[in-house]
Design a protein around this ligand. Structure first.
Ligand SMILES: [Fe+2]
Length: 253
């Protein structure tokens, strides 16, 4: 009981603390107490479609499938509360506007034209969808073509991992680290703050994203607390390389 209380208190702190200063109060999801201890973490969530053309895919795996790298409770809260919260608010923001007809990627590419609510929630919807898709309990391997591109750019897979990990570790406060293909076809690693992603026209280092890790505290704090580097190390065991390989192939077309 005492442990449950501590866990709930930590969760409530994270969910409150993860929003950017001056950010959206309305962005807070329902109280953490609503997450029941008897949640079935072996369940695979259904996809959600609140608006045609903008779906939130199922994880494709159960909440506990990424253990021990990412614990079931974190996956559950992160997907059911944070991710769905961003998704719901984004759909509400674009309902009955001309954005209903626009592909999500196109909205990202023109994000500077839209207000903060669309930018924050749309960015986080895109980023989380992208993050969950590049995770899987069946990790696989980089394709020969992607591996060759990584080796050409970074020297070796190990060097790429080191640079990616360094960038993810050093991202100050909330944000994301990315492997991205630039306009010239070369690969690079970068980080972005809060909801920003490389597709956005406000990105410092723009391009086509291939892989991301969420380094907001809500992505790892329940299991790893202040040890973000341990979460980043564990992330490599659950990368869905098939998804990353597909993105690379599409980016090359
Ligand atoms: Fe997140």
């Amino acid at each position: 009981m005492k442990n449950t209380f501590v866990l709930l208190a930590v969760s409530a702190f994270i969910m409150t603390a993860c929003y950017p200063p001056g950010g959206e109060k309305e962005g807070l999801e329902e109280p953490i107490a609503e997450i029941q201890e008897q949640t079935d973490y072996s369940a695979v969530p259904e996809k959600t479609v609140l608006l045609e053309g903008f779906e939130l895919p199922s994880l494709g795996y159960s909440y506990n499938a990424l253990e021990p790298s990412i614990d079931a409770r974190t996956v559950y809260i992160h997907y059911e509360k944070h991710t769905k919260g961003y998704y719901n608010r984004f759909i509400n923001a674009i309902k009955e506007t001309n954005l209903e007809e626009m592909p999500l990627e196109e909205i990202m590419r023109n994000i500077s034209r839209y207000d903060a609510g669309i930018r924050r929630n749309g960015g986080q919807y895109y980023n989380h969808k992208f993050y969950w898709e590049n995770l899987s309990p069946e990790s696989g391997e980089p394709s020969p073509a992607l591996l060759a591109a990584i080796e050409k750019e970074f020297g070796s897979m190990e060097e790429f991992k080191k640079e990616f990990n360094d960038v993810a570790r050093s991202r100050f406060a909330s944000g994301w680290a990315w492997l991205t293909m630039g306009e010239d076809g070369s690969l690079f690693v970068s980080h972005t703050a809060n909801e920003v992603n490389p597709l956005m026209d406000i990105a410092e280092y723009p391009g086509t994203p291939l892989l991301t890790i969420d380094v907001w505290e809500h992505a790892y704090y329940l299991k790893y607390q202040n040890k973000r580097p341990d979460y980043i190390t564990a992330f490599w065991d659950v990368i869905n390389w098939n998804a990353v390989n597909k993105r690379y192939t599409e980016a090359m077309e």
